[in-house]
Design a protein around this ligand. Structure first.
Ligand code: GLU
Length: 430
């Protein structure tokens, strides 16, 4: 029997096709059991809901929402909820698959899930955001819970959305259930260091990659003498830029949804963060030249952090990229064929499932702290985050040598090895 990539509703999006092709490649290289591959190629369970919301003008709009659990062999589903106009069931399924691999790779006792609502969050008022989040929570309530599936923020959502979700779930139960979501604000059981965790992790793995490349004599790079560009100046990109800046790396270009900035001498990142707090965009910042988001891709640098959205580096623009290391802050920012081109050119790509895993790692810490009702200091959180990321990086680097492949395939092999062992141990029901 041949395995067709085109398997039903799951596989209609480019992101799903990429994730599936990446999985297939890793599976072939590691000689994965065909039966396990067959199961991993599709999500376990998905729910599609219509979410009616009374808008500020009195009209009722109905939004499309999803929650998908890809694999829960290692533990409850885990993954964010995204508000974005492009959301569809196939994209959410692909993102849920990436969450399974991410959680497995970094050794968490969690499976992979994801949710999303097809909406442009910039068009909604705060009241509309709240109504949408609460009704969505009610519609998917049978799927979520601290032992079942634990949402978190993702593109277009933040701690406030998690607070509404936790409150809605808790109202139904009659008591507070902080463990139903992570990425909550501190005052209702969030963890110190969670908002910065993804961006920090993106930079920790850059440090590990530099150390690896220098040790293997494949390059001679000093972070404090390097240049970086960051695409996306939001929850992940802005923190990554700050962390790079603190380490003496010159961040020479950044961009967000509205436009970009370039300054070959290095942008004053703390000043830019203050500017964005006030102006909600990098556009108009006085300390740099304006460039377009697409132009940012062509700025030569040592380190490139794509931290905006999936599918931004494709065969159409991959030729523009001149860099040595890429740390994928977003999920799926580089298509599979573009990744091949970059790796053939000798670019080291730290894949999303490793590079941006800091978020879900500290989500896990938050969940554990909440269940124990015992909270850690930010230093403790960061130290443990650093240890988990270092272990994961080393496992991936080791697999990349063992299988003579890039870090992306090595990361998938490392993740799938663990899920595979767990699936074989648990067996197939009934
Ligand atoms: N949305 C983040 C991700 O894609 C975090 C998920 C989580 O913390 O559960 O990894």
């Amino acid at each position: 029997m041949t395995h067709s990539l085109d398997s039903g509703i799951w596989s209609t999006s480019p992101l799903y096709k990429n994730a599936s092709a990446d999985l297939e490649l890793a599976a072939n290289l590691m000689g994965l059991d065909k039966n396990v591959l067959e199961r991993l190629r599709k999500p376990k369970r998905a729910m599609a809901v219509s979410i009616p919301v009374r808008m500020d003008d009195g009209s009722v709009k109905v939004f499309e929402g999803y929650r998908v659990q890809h694999n829960t062999t290692l533990g409850p589903g885990k993954g964010g909820i995204r508000f974005h106009p492009e959301v569809n069931i196939s994209e959410v399924s692909a993102l849920a698959m990436l969450m399974s691999f991410k959680c497995s790779l970094v050794g968490l006792p969690l499976g992979g899930a994801k949710g999303g609502i097809r909406v442009d969050p910039r068009q909604l008022s705060r009241a509309e955001h709240q109504a949408l989040m609460r009704r969505y929570t009610m519609e998917i309530i049978t799927m979520i819970g601290p032992e079942k599936d634990i949402p978190a923020p993702d593109v277009g959502t933040d701690g406030q959305h998690m607070a509404w979700m936790m409150d809605t779930y808790s109202m139904g139960k009659g008591y507070s259930v902080p463990g139903v979501v992570t990425g909550k604000p501190l005052d209702i059981g969030g963890s110190l260091g969670r908002p910065e965790s993804t961006g920090r992790g993106v930079v920790y793995v850059i440090e590990h990659a530099i150390e690896m490349l220098n040790r293997q004599k494949k390059a001679s790079i000093q972070l404090n003498a390097s240049t970086a560009t960051v695409q996306g100046f939001g929850k992940v990109g802005a923190v990554a830029a700050e962390e790079l800046h603190q380490r003496g790396c010159k961040v020479i270009a950044v961009s967000d949804f509205y436009g970009g900035l370039h300054n070959p001498k290095g942008i004053d990142i703390p000043a830019l963060v203050r500017y964005v707090d006030q102006n909600r965009s990098v556009v108009g910042f006085p300390g740099a030249e304006a460039i377009s988001g697409e132009d940012l891709l062509g700025v030569a640098c040592d380190i490139f952090v794509p931290a905006a959205i999936d599918g931004v580096v494709t065969m159409d623009n991959v030729h523009k990229i001149k860099t040595k290391i890429i740390s994928e802050g977003a999920n799926g920012p580089i298509t599979s064929d573009a990744q091949k081109v970059l790796e053939e050119k000798g670019v080291t790509i730290i894949p999303d499932v490793l590079a941006n895993a800091g978020g879900v790692i500290v989500s896990y810490f938050e969940w554990v702290q909440g269940l124990q009702m015992f909270f850690w200091s930010e230093d403790e959180v960061n130290e443990k985050l650093g240890q988990v990321m270092a272990r994961a990086f080393n496992r991936v680097a080791e697999a990349s040598e063992r299988y003579k492949c890039g870090l992306k395939t090595a990361a998938l092999i490392t993740s799938v090895e663990r899920i595979n062992r767990a699936m074989l141990l648990r067996g197939l029901f009934p």
